[in-house]
Design a protein around this ligand. Structure first.
Ligand SMILES: Nc1ncnc2c1ncn2[C@@H]1O[C@H](COP(=O)(O)OP(=O)(O)O)[C@@H](O)[C@H]1O
Ligand SMILES: [Mg+2]
Length: 391
């Protein structure tokens, strides 16, 4: 399909673009009512804003068999090894893995700060490797990046930090200042316009970095461990800001992290990276309920310290959600088998608006009773898996 908007930046008002059949109808109705121009996929509103009117998979990032090798022979490091995945437009996509898994290398391959040794990356259907240096620079303005250590210019105040990318892009000084003031409002830092980075907290510095990256109206925002230097409360507020930006401006966000809690707070889809390989990917709920690989399980339960005390015991992880029939499962098991189970850990998290619970249980010594207990839980459609090799 030919469309003259298909290479442009999409602006998705949250009220218009909803998921599912209704979303398309709503977009179409909105377009018709406001006299917008439209094709099958994009809608140009009278104000010049383009919205995205289709709800089927529309990848903005396609990673195809990407590998990145550093060094040679005996010092060779396969930092990224034959990784393929796609990120839907408008998604918040997590890439999770332990330190050294290859996350930063992979994310730098997305904007070609790192050239893949093999494979290719398509951004909005274009292979960046085929662009001239000038075209690549232009394209990169469409891909913002924020980091763990904020990377602010220490000699410039907050406003001048935010104006910096606009200066480079040739925006008039006065216009840049006006835009910087708007951006500061979006990130909730109006009162710090004249402060210097050294006078700001970590969370405030990251807000400035986010305002600065928004100055170029990026379609994609890459966040490499953006909250790893922040305390849990500040992390929450920065993740909430990123989510708000995703919803209000339709910016696709890729979140690189080693923390499952970050993925659970904002991502819709996630890929697990381990030793440079993509181990599994899917929705965050799928990963939480039934991780398929050892690497994923390790990441999921790494936050639960109690597990380190379970050496040698038979333990299981049970997951349940508000879609699962509610019954007092532990109480019923104890009644049914006349044997108590030990709850080592229990928690409920909200993932994409759903309450998702997990429990880690220590089962009785008897193999036969333990097996029957597992079957009992399985029969009630709860997620259950044995935890081995983690302690
Ligand atoms: N420029 C480089 N030269 C050589 N090795 C590198 C380079 N960058 C990263 N590596 C290696 O690649 C592997 C993955 O690193 P990285 O992508 O930074 O992982 P992560 O971000 O998941 O911690 C590590 O073994 C690291 O030492
Ligand atoms: Mg890294």
């Amino acid at each position: 399909m030919n469309c003259r908007y298909s290479r442009r930046y999409y602006f998705i008002p949250a009220a218009v673009c909803t998921v599912g059949e209704g979303g398309t109808r709503l977009s179409t109705a909105f377009a018709a009512a406001s006299g917008a121009e439209m094709c099958q996929r994009h809608i140009l509103c009278p104000g010049g804003r383009i919205i995205h009117g289709r709800n089927d998979m529309d990848p903005i990032i396609q990673v195809e068999h990407v590998s990145k090798i550093f060094g040679e022979k005996d010092r060779r490091v396969d930092a990224v090894n034959d990784v393929s995945f796609e990120v839907e437009r408008g998604d918040i996509f997590g890439i999770i893995g332990l330190s050294g898994a290859g996350k930063s290398t992979l994310v730098r391959c997305l904007n070609l700060l790192e050239r893949p040794t093999s494979g290719r990356v398509l951004i909005d259907g274009t292979d960046l490797a085929g662009l001239s240096a000038r075209e690549l620079r232009q394209r990169r303005q469409n891909i913002g990046m924020i980091f763990q250590h904020f990377n602010l210019l220490m000699q410039r105040n907050v406003t001048d930090n935010i104006c910096f990318p606009m200066e480079i892009a040739g925006v008039k000084k006065q216009d840049a200042k006006k835009r910087a003031a708007e951006l500061l409002q979006i990130v909730g830092l109006e009162e710090k316009a004249k402060a210097y980075p050294a006078q700001l907290s970590g969370g405030q510095k990251q807000r400035v970095a986010i305002a600065r990256v928004l100055a170029n109206n990026p379609a994609i925002l890459l966040c490499d461990e953006a909250t790893s230097a922040l305390d849990p409360q500040t992390t929450k507020s920065i993740l909430a800001l990123l989510k708000q930006i995703n919803e209000e401006y339709g910016i696709t966000i890729v979140v690189i992290t080693h923390e499952m809690s970050v993925v659970q707070q904002i991502c819709r889809h996630v890929a697990v990276l381990d030793h440079g390989r993509l181990e599994e990917s899917g929705t965050v709920e799928e990963l939480f309920r039934s991780p398929k690989t050892e690497a994923a399980r390790r990441l999921i339960i790494s936050g639960t310290e109690q597990i380190s005390r379970m050496r040698g015991k038979r333990t299981i992880r049970v997951t349940f959600s508000n879609h699962t029939a509610f019954e007092p499962i532990i109480g019923n098991i104890t009644l049914e088998f006349k044997t108590p189970v030990n709850i080592l850990y229990a928690d409920t998290k909200t993932i994409n608006g759903n309450a998702e619970g997990e429990m880690i249980l220590q089962l009785p010594e008897s193999q036969e009773i333990a097996d029957r207990m597992i079957q009992y839980i399985r029969d009630r459609n709860l997620g259950v898996e044995e935890l081995k090799n983690y302690v």
